[in-house]
Write a protein that binds this ligand. Structure first.
Ligand SMILES: Cc1cc2nc3c(=O)[nH]c(=O)nc-3n(C[C@H](O)[C@H](O)[C@H](O)COP(=O)(O)O)c2cc1C
Length: 383
């Protein structure tokens, strides 16, 4: 797996150890399958960094798939005589990219689709996010992801919106299901074990937070730069992510405007105005408001079950069972980590759009002056 990041300012301090730490977090969680035992991810920084500082040139990061050795012949780049090593996959798995991907690119062997469609790609999201976190944190912006509900079991207690995401991450890291509510955690572990015994899988909902954001990231005048839409694209493009709620949008949808309103109130210090409830998730008009950003992402139960998956053989058009790949019972805790990184990446892009400069020093100087925006809009009427 590998990524090339373009557009980072020069002079940004980055550490491989921090990237490895984030890769390790992605691989944890109760309910993961065999692949996690094989893969222990480690980043190689191939270009763009010298003596721990970015150069302004593209940053090239690589993680080697250890499992690749087992597939060297079946997946070799060179042409083969005859059918080649490894049996062709001709039965698409329901709920996966196999069939639409084969139709799109004309692949008769579905392995050409399923290897590339694997959620292993989320390694790349974590690589990009681990760089983004190292840009955001010195600016005082922190991100956390934790499990809100799993397999129908909901966390009873929810941390306050003002809580420090670093503390939330510390607590989530200590939980095998990344749940902050210990009573719900025990029940979540139980339902995962029961699903495993029954050959079933589970999904759930993760909650994401970001604090320390300046107001005005994103745009109200360019639809494609709206931060809500961009977060939607970044998060809904994660494998098995099927729903997104900004703030408590679904609860609001059943209320009147008066009940759902988030009044603005004067406040001491900077910012001099605060929202009373922050129910819109820290986003208004496609931009960050400066309040805690919070949203929830729903994950479907994984489609690959231990029991046969009903499908159709493309060779004969006969009903049969689909090929079974190695599978997790529940990857929700991993999705919480991956989603943290997808969010961090999108926020870092938005920060650089508004405050970015060629060098990290210039970026920080521009960022330090962000509160001058208040001075421009406060004060008596011009006429
Ligand atoms: C971290 C992670 C691990 C996953 N592991 C599995 C798995 O073991 N088995 C499976 O069927 N799906 C797994 N998925 C989900 C599939 O990759 C995904 O459902 C599939 O590619 C189809 O894409 P879609 O659900 O977004 O439509 C995983 C997703 C994530 C985020």
């Amino acid at each position: 797996m590998g990524i090339i990041l373009e557009g980072l300012p020069a002079g940004l301090p980055l550490g491989a150890a921090r990237i490895d730490h984030e890769l390790h977090r992605r691989q944890q969680g109760h309910g993961r399958g065999g692949r996690m035992a094989i893969e222990q991810d480690h980043v190689e920084i191939l270009a763009g960094l010298r003596h721990g500082l970015t150069l302004g040139s593209p940053l090239h990061l690589l993680v080697r798939n250890r499992d690749h050795a087992n597939w060297a012949e079946a997946m070799q780049a060179e042409s083969v005589d005859g059918p080649g090593a490894g049996v062709e996959v001709r039965v698409p798995r329901p709920g996966h990219a196999d069939l639409p991907g084969a139709l799109k690119y004309g692949h008769r062997d579905l392995r050409n689709v399923l290897e590339r469609a694997s959620a292993r790609e989320t390694v790349n999201r974590v690589l990009a996010g681990a760089v983004a976190l190292q840009l955001l944190e010195p600016l005082g912006i922190f991100v956390a992801g934790f499990v809100h509900a799993l397999g129908g079991v909901r966390a009873w207690e929810r941390p306050e919106l003002e809580e420090d995401p670093r503390e939330l991450v510390r607590r989530a890291d200590a939980s095998p299901v990344r749940c902050l509510d210990l009573n719900a955690e025990a029940e979540m572990i139980r339902v995962i074990d029961a699903a495993h015994a029954a050959g079933d899988t589970l999904g759930g909902v993760v909650e994401l937070r970001a604090t320390g954001l300046p107001a005005g990231l994103g745009s109200h005048v360019h639809w494609e730069r709206r931060l809500d839409g961009r977060l939607g694209a970044a998060l809904l493009s994660l494998p098995a992510a099927k729903g997104l709620e900004l703030g408590d949008a679904f609860a609001q949808s059943a209320q009147g405007g008066q009940a759902a309103l988030d009044p603005l109130l004067p406040a001491p210090g900077t910012p001099p105005l605060r929202r009373q409830g922050n129910r819109h998730g820290g986003l208004d008009g496609g931009m960050s408001t400066g309040e805690t950003l919070w949203l929830r992402l729903a994950m479907k139960p994984l489609s690959t079950l231990r029991r046969p998956l009903p499908s159709v053989n493309l060779a004969s058009l006969e009903a049969c069972s689909a090929h079974r790949e190695r599978s997790d019972v529940c990857a929700l805790p991993a999705l919480a980590v991956v989603a943290e990184h997808a969010l961090a990446w999108e926020l870092a892009r938005a920060v650089l759009e508004t405050f970015g400069a060629d060098s990290w020093a210039e970026t920080q100087t521009r960022y330090a002056r962000r509160d001058e925006r208040w001075e421009r809009i406060l004060g008596p009427n011009a006429c």
